[in-house]
Design a protein around this ligand. Structure first.
Ligand SMILES: Cc1ncc(COP(=O)(O)O)c(C=O)c1O
Length: 407
């Protein structure tokens, strides 16, 4: 029996809901996680008691808001073991973070013929921005070959890294395959040829301890909403030496140092990249989420996520007519599957009638679907508030769905 790591009904109001008469079984945390009381309270407290814009006025509320926003940046910085909070840029989420690196770093440093190394499992957020920068600069995309189980071997990486590699952009954990990619080793190879390592941490930062220096990364992108924080807030962490050289991509208030009629100069990092009023409440909510996760313990969360992922993978594989994708071990908290003869959307619909929330579709990873030879899959994904009982409900629902469609 794998128990949730927290008192779910106390901490998460949404789990007190019934849907179609059943208690909610939420297996869609890879899409977004639920929000615990301390996160809701922190945001509520900000809007009720300290609401003001940041970095502008000197009145009490503005100072409280500015202090809370700065503290949120420090909390994020400590959580990912960054050397300086200034390396933490608040964005709207992983997508905006990756677009920022592609637009700023990519446009500035890539030349025609330079190579960008990707994998076919990348989320569209870590793929389309690179396609676009390649079009603008004449850079070339190179794809790492996946092994049969969807994993990435270092030999396969060696085959695509060349002296022309300027950027490798890779997810730490796949949102479909649940595979864990060898970022440290890839980063080593990329650094040997003078390139930079961009890590999509959307699925890893919520589930495991993160140390950007140990990870050997140059940039790391992640989203608050997948780690108990609110939507609309995310992070781009980057090495200070790169951020200092990069041009901003959004121009306006707060990101300037001096403006006259003809020209402008930029503020220092991180403000240089945060033009306009930021998502202050979002940053405060994200910091509360990080405090909450830290109190549970990221090591414990990591162990729990993997235990559920591996348990679900093994159990699904036992069911005839069910195909499960990705590696058996290690398998992270997302498990993609199909049932012979039943469209994934139909699976999700039948599950919903029993209040089991899963995702069906291409999971924003169409090149991976092409590689798997399927149009879409169902996906169950887990977090520390799930238990092995939830997986039992999933298995029962699969058997029932099979019976229903066979009839
Ligand atoms: C691996 C991965 N990268 C990027 C994203 C995009 O995240 P967001 O939609 O929060 O920008 C997701 C979201 O599902 C993801 O799973």
């Amino acid at each position: 029996m794998i128990e949730p790591l927290v008192d779910v009904s106390r901490d998460f109001p949404i789990f007190n809901r019934r849907i179609n008469g059943y208690p909610l079984v939420y297996l869609d945390s890879a899409a977004t996680s639920h929000k615990p009381e301390p996160v809701l309270a922190a945001m509520d407290q900000f809007y009720r008691h300290s609401n003001a814009n940041v970095l502008r006025s000197v009145h009490t509320l503005a100072e409280e808001a500015t202090t809370a926003y700065a503290r949120a940046r420090e909390t994020v910085s400590t959580f990912i073991a960054a050397t300086d909070p200034k390396e933490v840029i608040f964005t709207r989420g992983t997508t905006e973070s990756l677009n920022l690196v592609a637009r700023s770093f990519g446009d500035q440093f890539l030349r025609a013929g330079d190579e960008i190394v990707l994998s076919p499992m990348e989320h569209h957020s870590n793929l389309v921005p690179w396609q676009q920068v390649a079009k603008r600069t004449g850079a070339v995309l190179r794809y790492i070959d996946l092994a049969d189980d969807g994993t990435i071997s270092i030999d396969a990486v060696r085959r695509v890294i060349s002296p022309k590699t300027r950027i490798a952009a890779l997810s730490k954990i796949s949102n479909v395959l649940g595979s864990v990619n060898p970022i440290v080793e890839v980063a080593d190879l990329v650094h040997q040829v003078g390139g930079v390592m961009v890590v999509d941490g959307a699925q890893s930062v919520p589930h495991e301890p993160t140390d950007v220096m140990a990870m050997n990364a140059d940039f790391l992108a992640f989203s608050g909403h997948k780690m108990c924080g609110p939507t609309g807030i995310g992070v781009l962490w980057g090495r200070a030496e790169w951020l200092a050289q990069m041009e901003p991509i959004a121009f306006g208030g707060e990101m300037i140092s001096y403006v006259d009629r003809e020209m402008a100069t930029w503020a220092e990092v991180p403000e240089k990249f945060e033009g306009g009023t930021p998502n202050i409440a979002g940053a405060i909510g994200l910091a509360a989420a990080i405090d909450y996760l830290t109190a549970i313990g990221m090591d414990k969360i990591c162990h729990h996520s993997q235990a559920l992922g591996e348990h679900a993978f093994d159990a699904l594989r036992e069911i005839s007519g069910v195909s499960v994708y990705g590696p058996r071990r290690p398998h992270a908290a997302a498990v993609a599957f199909t049932i012979d003869g039943i469209h994934p959307h139909d699976i999700a619909q039948v599950f919903d009638s029993k209040a089991i929330a899963i995702r069906a579709g291409h999971h924003c990873a169409q090149p991976l679907m092409q590689w798997l030879g399927v149009g879409s899959t169902a996906r169950a994904s887990f977090y520390f508030y799930n238990s092995s009982n939830d997986i039992d409900r999933l298995l029962d629902a699969i058997l029932e769905t099979k019976r229903f469609f066979q009839r």
